[in-house]
Design a protein. Sequence first.
Length: 93
Amino acid sequence: MEYNYSDLKKKSVINVSDGKNLGKICDLVISWPDGKVTGMIVPGRKSGLFGGSELIIGFGCIDRIGDDSVLVKVGCPSENCGPCASSENGEEE
């Protein structure tokens, strides 16, 4: 199945590990020079008055893409799913 960015950015990103709504997709990560989409970016926690960091989620962590939401596995302690998300400064969430 194929999705375009305008369809994806309307979907909520839900973490199936804890049920939290992480927000909506605000950008995609594309590798160079391959041109492959390797992840998606959702707004992170607000830190202070002027905004916050962004959460980068690798496409290996996507569980399902539905009509209204994207289900991801981020920070699941019971499963060995590896480092699926990081903040924009490279720290794992």
